[in-house]
Write a protein that binds this ligand. Structure first.
Ligand code: ADP
Length: 320
């Protein structure tokens, strides 16, 4: 019988984390389970920064970006001593189920706790969309829409002033944001870490545009490929095109979650508590083929959710 669970958000924040907290808390209370929030992820777990959560404490947060529980990274948690302290703190507070909302690193931490006897489940929340076992992660859709809004605005001024922009978006190892937003905005070139880039090919596209009288252009680059200013210099040196650089940065992490992310977070937050109730621990919840599914925590990094190469090819065809 589950009596008391705890919820934490960890690693990089993403829009929709609050909606996931709310769903987990309310599903637990509906099932007569007490809920604690742990502040600042694993850092707060080590410092025993626990706060009781009731129905009201998660009111009015569904539409808010960020996370009311705050998030952090903790090196100490990764050590054996840190992990033991975390396990003891959960035991002392009589927590018999833990919901970890976060990305890849947070799931590795969750597995380390599970291996030390903690009944834990993971909820995939990161703007990178790179977690296996789910077709979407919480926050990705909102981040893509933020990028789209920026790209559309840049396109307006680019076409009015005959300007060319290189826009750097988030994604150290994952090209999902660059690819999806680039396709949705008709970017002339999309540079992602999974594929890499060839300056000559970018120049061919720019020349082709110029030859048919097109004087504006948008290039989207994921930060993991190179910085936008490096690409700008390479294009200038090799082809003589003058580009302007825009780095979108952390605005991609914030903002009110889209309808899709609110729905996803609500389903996955509730799904996590369902897993705990069923004793399906050491697992993550995911969203595949319109269903809440579960996989082991290891599955999330052993079957990384990599970009759809067909989408990349399509983006190239449509922006010819
Ligand atoms: P994200 O969850 O967004 O990928 P991080 O990679 O920063 O974020 O991970 C968040 C936290 O999870 C780290 O600060 C660390 O405390 C914990 N963590 C990450 N990797 C491991 C690991 N291999 N073992 C134990 N804990 C880990």
């Amino acid at each position: 019988m589950l009596k008391r669970i705890a919820v934490l958000t960890s690693g990089g924040d993403s829009p929709g984390m609050n909606a996931a907290i709310r769903a987990a808390v309310r599903t637990a209370i509906y099932n007569k389970i007490d809920v604690y929030g742990i502040k600042r992820g694993y850092a707060g777990l080590l410092e025993k920064d626990f706060v009781p959560l009731d129905l009201g404490s998660v009111g009015g947060i569904l539409q808010r970006g960020g996370t009311i529980l705050e998030t952090a990274r903790s090196e100490k948690f990764k050590t054996e001593e840190g992990l033991q302290l975390a396990v003891n703190n959960l035991r002392e507070e009589k927590i018999d189920g833990l919901v970890v909302i976060g990305g890849d690193g947070s799931f590795r931490g969750a597995l380390a706790l599970f291996e030390r006897g903690v009944p834990v489940v993971g909820v995939p929340a990161t703007i990178d969309n790179d977690i296996g076992g789910t077709h979407f992660t919480i926050g990705f859709d909102t981040a893509v829409n933020t990028v789209i809004e920026a790209l559309d605005k840049l396109r307006d001024t680019a076409s009015s002033h005959e300007r060319m922009f290189i826009v750097e978006v988030m994604g150290r190892e994952s090209g999902w944001i660059a690819l999806t937003a680039g396709l949705a905005c008709g970017a002339e070139s999309i540079l992602i870490p999974e594929i890499g880039y060839d300056i000559e090919e970018i120049l061919v596209r720019l020349r082709r545009g110029r030859n048919r009288g097109k004087t504006h252009s948008l290039i989207v680059v994921a930060e993991g490929v190179a910085s936008a200013s490096e690409i700008k210099d390479q294009i200038w040196d090799a082809g003589g095109f003058e580009m302007r650089v825009v780095v979108l940065g952390h605005i991609q992490r914030g903002g009110s979650p889209t309808a899709f992310d609110r729905m996803l977070a609500s389903r996955l937050g509730a799904g996590a508590v369902d897993l705990l109730l069923n004793g399906e621990v050491g697992k993550m919840v995911g969203w595949e083929n319109e269903r809440v599914v579960s996989h082991t925590l290891e599955y999330s990094w052993k079957h990384k959710h990599t970009i759809d190469k067909e989408l990349y090819t399509l983006a190239g065809v449509l922006s010819i």
